[in-house]
Design a protein. Structure first.
Length: 367
């Protein structure tokens, strides 16, 4: 029998904003955000907890954020500084784990299964990591400890900010039974609503849905749903790898046959793509944009084009819509999946570093 894994998910609390407060203590206790200016159609990258009390959220238009919180202080991002702090995080992480999988500058998985420190206790290791970050970097992180990545990530959000939560192997069944399906990675508002119409609101409910029903409704993601509902996730913690592309895909439970609806769907996808690319833009340069279409008969096609190197109009919805038109005529039938993304080139040779901004980007979301 394989040894039980010990996985820690570490997530910094309001990372960009927290770094700015550390650098300028006069900002402490004030509603602040890091992002673009409202006057230039900027977007909020992160907001302090004080700002969140007014409804300010990541990916929100800065103009909207200022309406919700007129006293909001919006600071321009300083990615060189954030990268430097992220490196300091990872120096601490590597004292406990050889396998560290970065998800972004402020988030990572650690496999501490073989770590002998703290008597081999993953819970004590997480406590020590959090203490060291607080004492040496004057920042706070939250942590989730569990037998796999899915549960560790859920647990890290359980006691935020500056907290941690452990899901012991013996507690997995009870923990997932009452876990809302909305806490499953990849289950957004639309899929949550669809599952709700099936009478499914918790993972316990989901456990009673036959696998063939889930596969019929949600394709191959149905099998993944069934596994996660049981608290099963065999994905290993993977050290940094060079990203070649970033994309967002959506698989629709009902095929789309209206071209206008396809265009609207792509606009929404591009908005999410922009939010995701913001996490890796300091490491990668988009060199091509592409559209992916999977038709009703499961044939699929991809159409791409070279991007201007100056960053102009990278996220222009009209350009992605134009590519969609060109791709759709190759099949001219209802579509079951749409995707949009970029081919990427690293801005620097960081192959040996474990602090690049890597995240899982091809979520299959049911409509």
């Amino acid at each position: 029998m394989a040894a039980q894994r010990k996985i820690i998910h570490v997530d910094a609390d309001c990372f960009y904003a927290a770094v700015e407060v550390r650098e300028d203590p006069s900002l402490a206790g004030k509603p602040i955000a890091v992002g673009g200016r409202a006057a230039s159609r900027g977007v909020i990258a992160t907001a302090s907890y004080e700002a969140r009390q007014f409804g300010v959220r990541s990916a929100m238009a800065s103009s909207r954020a200022m309406i919700l919180c007129p006293q909001l202080i919006i600071l321009p991002p300083r990615f060189d500084l954030y990268r430097e702090v992220s490196q300091q995080f990872h120096e601490i992480f590597r004292d406990y784990a050889d396998k560290v999988e970065p998800l972004s500058l402020d988030e990572a998985y650690l496999d501490v299964s073989d770590c002998a420190r703290c008597e081999g206790s993953a819970t004590l290791i997480a406590e020590e990591i959090r203490r060291r970050v607080r004492e040496t970097l004057s920042l706070t992180v939250s942590a989730g400890i569990a037998p796999n990545k899915f549960l560790a990530k859920v647990a890290s959000d359980w006691d935020k900010p500056d907290g941690q939560y452990t899901v012991a192997p013996a507690d997995v069944a009870d923990f997932v039974r009452e876990l809302p399906v909305s806490r499953i990675n990849g289950v957004g508002k639309v899929m949550t609503a669809k599952l709700g119409r099936m009478g499914v609101t918790t993972c316990g409910d989901l456990q009673h849905v036959p696998l063939d029903v889930l596969v019929t409704r949600f394709g191959k993601y149905g099998k993944r749903l069934s596994e996660l509902a049981l608290g099963v996730d065999e994905r290993p913690v993977q050290p940094a790898r060079v990203r070649k592309s970033i994309s967002v895909e959506r698989t629709y439970a009902d095929d789309i046959d209206d071209p206008a609806e396809m265009q609207r769907a792509v606009t929404d996808i591009v908005a999410e793509l922009e939010q995701r690319f913001a996490k890796v833009r300091e490491r990668y340069l988009p060199v091509k944009r592409f559209i992916k279409v999977k038709f009703r008969d499961f044939r699929q096609t991809t159409l791409e084009e070279v991007l201007p190197g100056d960053g102009s109009d990278w996220f222009a919805a009209a350009d992605f819509q134009r590519l969609l038109q060109g791709a759709w005529v190759r099949g001219s039938q209802p579509v079951r999946l749409l995707g949009a993304g970029f081919r990427l080139r690293p801005l620097a040779d960081d192959n040996n570093e474990q602090l690049a901004l890597f995240e899982e980007v091809e979520d299959s979301l049911a409509r």
